[in-house]
Structure formats: C-alpha cells, structure tokens
Write a new protein. Structure first.
Length: 495
C-alpha cells in the first residue's frame, strides 16, 4: 500500500477511466481523495490567475486546515530558487492546524524529445501520510492558438492499486471545484495533435536562433556583424509606412496608435513625448531601438505602462548586435560615475548619461552617445512603454522597433505591435520576459516584491471570502489597495 509509484502515469478525466472505489469519509481512501481535490484546485487557481492571462506562474503553497479552510501563500525570496527549495523542505513538516499542503511552481516536461512548459504540483497529506507529484504540461498564452492544458502526469505517488483511480477522479473533480468551473473543458488540447507538435518544434527552433544571436552579440562592440549574422536582419522594418497604416485604420480604431497618457505625466518632462505622437505617426520612420533600462513592472502582467531608456540610431544604419553592445556599455557607465567624475581629460557625454541612468527620474531627449562606442551618431531617449502596443503587454525582449522623426528630434515611441513583422512576433513569443532588457538592481527587487505582494494579498482575500468571510479578508483587501497605491508611484521610475 505504501509502495511509491515513480513511473509517469497519464491522468485522464473520469469518462475515460474505470469507476473509482467509493470514497468513505473515515475510510482508507479519504486522504487520497482530498489530496487529489487539493491538487486539482491548485491547478485551476494558477491557470485562472496566471497562465490563462499570459503570465508566468508564481510559486504558491496552499495549506488546508482540519476545518477544510484553505490559505494561499506566495513563495518569495531574493533568490527564488533557494526560496522554492526551502518551501519544498517545509512541505514535509506538518504545521499546526494543517492537514494537507500543495506547492505549485513553474517547471518543464519532455514531450516527445521537446521541452514543454509545465506546472509542477507537489501535494502532501500528513495524517495518514500520502503524497503525490503531478506535472501538467501547457501551451503558453503567447503561443499561436493561446493557452492550453495538456495531459497531466502523475510522476510520483505514495500509494498504488485502487488508490490510483481515486486520486485520478479526485484530481479532475478538484479542477472543477475552483470557480468558475469548466477549466478543463475550456482549455484542454491534445499534445499529440499535429498543430501542437508543430508549435513545439517551432519554439525549439526559435529558441536555438535566439541563443545563437545572443552568442553572436558577444563579439566586437564596434560592430562587424553581417546581415547573415544579425538575427533581426531581413525583417524589413525600414519598409513600414506608418502614415499609410494609420490612415487605413477604421474610424473606431483611430485611437489605437495613440499613447495612453498616465496621470503622473502632467508636468513631467516626458509630456513632450505624448505631444509628439501625432507627428511620429505621420512622418516617423521605423528603426531598431535597444532597451537600456526599464521599470521591472513591465516584466510582469499589469495595466499601467512605464517609462524606460532606449538607445537607437536615427539613420537606421546600426545593427541590432551593435546596439546591444552599446547598451551594455552605457549600463557599465552607470556603475562608474565616480571614475567618470574624476576623469582627466573629462568625458562630459559619458558622465551625463551615467548620471541620468543613475537618477531614474530624469528624462532624456536625444542625449548623444559617446562617439567612441559606435561609428554612427547614436542617441539615448526616454520612451514610454504602452502595454497596448507590446505583444502580450509584457516586455520580453530588449530589441524593439521604434518610430523616430527629424521633425521631433529625440522623441521616439515603440511601433504599435499590430504592425510588427511576423518574424519579429515569432521571435518575441519564444523569448522569456526581460531578455536583453537592461540590468536589474535592488530597486527592481523592491518593485517586484510589491507587485507580487499585492497580487497575493488580493488572492488570499479572495480565497478567504470563498471559504467564509471574516474580518481578516477585508484587512487583506485594504493592504492590497495600499500596495497598489505604492505601485502607481513606482510606475514613474525607469528601473
């Protein structure tokens, strides 16, 4: 009865399996049944909150008390991997008043020789002892076809025999126990379907191309890359006629390319950018821009946009490889302000950029990049990232097409993603959030903590209200509101 099953077993909905033994409240299968319910409910919670919304799943642990009430806790730490390991160790130790726990986190699973995203569920019942390890592969929301769940795998189970049918049926019952019900019916897609196989193969090819491009970008910062070496070469962004595209928009969509002006922009030096948008959409040319630093709120889901810093060549002659190397060099300057201030002879352009990047609240309008970094006349400008103009609303790559115009020098905006080339969209979708999008710092970790804390307080309040309203739930909602207010202030920052 206690022999652990380690061979992967496919879990199938009740209509595809034999009838499970009856579940008796005080019988031997009670713990197994409840464990399956808890794991299935956790899958629905994470899918509804994160995966279906196109967000990477946070690591969460749900504790179930002896009264059936559940508490959701987010696994946090400066080192996410270490925090996850610590929580996994705690999973084997029963806490007071807790009869079961399930830990969910991001992982991967081999599907026919190709790695797929997967949600990992580690569930444990304490008395009597029972545990299960389930992996649920899924198709990411950013993939063509959108979010989909594939066949769950029972990777490890503390019991065998008839208990397998019990946990299988309970797992799918748990999926539907989380409201709104119907997750499995809505999002299941056979992983062996030809379309899904082709998508996985395409993602693997894109990932290889991205890695090859990253390796090539580690060459000479002065730039000798040919078009063959440049992963973005041949995408034809210079042929995009933005004025014609805007003119072709139907009347009810004319507001789409305009930037949504945030409340804090009034009186902010960045307001000049919002004033320049009509001209950029009329006379702007499309060139590549490389993100130097960005508010890390743009690396997670949300509604509000945020400012950031971009280096670009108004003439469009600089390769993307060279732009990336220049961006890295500029970030190094930020860390060498003391040396630049003491430089003899002085380096005024380098010092101005370093102090600007360090400040995080100043705005740049076409700051000249030191000539020693490139043979072309590059500029640094503050840009505003409107989530409506970015695929999925999350900044996945640091290389973006932008609009620049001689009629409003130094003012640039991201080309709305509706008009991005198909090849660029495919590369973007296969890139993890934040790839090549600037460097992080301690402020970034603070911002991320507040983002996640706000989400988990709201989630915890929702769970409490579902299980049974009490004063604590309202306190959690109030705390969430306070955290969201803090986020509004942090939106003005560029890192």
């Amino acid at each position: 009865m206690q022999a652990t099953v380690k061979l992967p077993l496919l879990l199938r909905p009740p209509h595809a399996v034999s009838t499970a033994p009856p579940v008796i409240a005080d019988g031997p299968y009670f713990a197994i049944h409840q464990l399956g319910l808890l794991a299935g409910s956790q899958l629905s919670l994470v899918s509804r909150i994160f995966l279906a919304a196109g967000q990477r799943p946070d690591a969460l642990v749900t504790h179930e008390g002896h009264d059936g009430g559940r508490t959701v806790v987010q696994v946090m730490g400066v080192n996410p991997a270490a925090a996850l390991d610590a929580q996994r160790a705690k999973l084997g130790q029963q806490e007071g008043g807790v009869r079961a726990s399930v830990l969910s986190h991001e992982g991967s699973l081999d599907l026919g020789g190709i790695q797929s995203c997967a949600l990992i569920l580690e569930a444990r019942w304490f008395d009597p002892s029972a545990h299960a390890l389930v992996a649920v592969p899924y198709r990411a929301a950013a993939t063509p076809g959108g979010f989909a769940l594939h066949q769950p795998r029972l990777l490890e189970f503390s019991h065998g025999g008839a208990a397998l049918a019990v946990i299988e049926a309970a797992f799918f019952a748990g999926i539907d126990s989380f409201k709104p019900a119907g997750l499995w019916a809505e999002y299941f897609s056979d992983e062996n379907d030809a379309k899904n196989v082709a998508l996985r193969m395409g993602s693997r090819a894109d990932a290889r191309a991205a890695r090859a491009g990253q390796a090539r970008s580690s060459g000479d910062a002065r730039g000798t890359a040919s078009e063959t070496d440049d992963p973005y070469a041949g995408m034809g962004i210079d042929a995009i006629d933005i004025a014609r595209l805007v003119a072709q928009l139907p009347a009810h969509e004319r507001s789409y390319p305009m930037l949504e002006i945030p409340p804090w922009a009034e009186g902010d030096p960045l307001s000049g950018l919002f004033d320049a948008v009509p001209e950029l959409l009329h006379s702007g040319r499309v060139v590549w821009g490389q993100v130097i630093q960005i508010n890390n709120l743009m690396l997670v889901g949300g509604r509000d946009g945020a400012p950031g810093e971009i280096v670009y060549d108004p003439s469009g002659q600089t390769s993307t490889d060279d732009l990336l190397e220049v961006a890295r060099a500029l970030m190094k300057m930020r860390g060498n302000i003391a040396s630049l201030r003491a430089a003899n002879p002085p380096e005024p352009e380098a010092l101005a950029i370093a102090e600007h990047l360090e400040n995080e609240y100043t705005r740049a309008v076409g700051m000249p990049v030191p000539r020693g970094l490139s043979r072309h006349s590059l500029l640094l400008s503050t840009v505003y990232f409107d989530r409506r103009h970015i695929p999925g609303g999350i900044l996945r790559s640091g290389m973006v097409p932008i609009l620049a115009s001689e009629k409003c020098p130094g003012r640039v905006m991201v080309l709305p993603s509706r008009w991005w080339p198909g090849d660029l969209l495919e590369v973007w979708k296969s890139t993890p959030p934040g790839h090549g999008a600037g460097a992080g710092n301690a402020g970034d970790r603070t911002t991320r903590f507040i983002v996640r804390a706000s989400m988990i307080f709201t989630l915890g309040a929702t769970v409490k209200l579902t299980v049974g309203p009490d004063g604590l739930s309202w306190i959690m909602v109030m705390l969430s509101s306070i955290l969201v207010t803090a986020l509004t202030f942090l939106n003005r920052r560029k890192t």
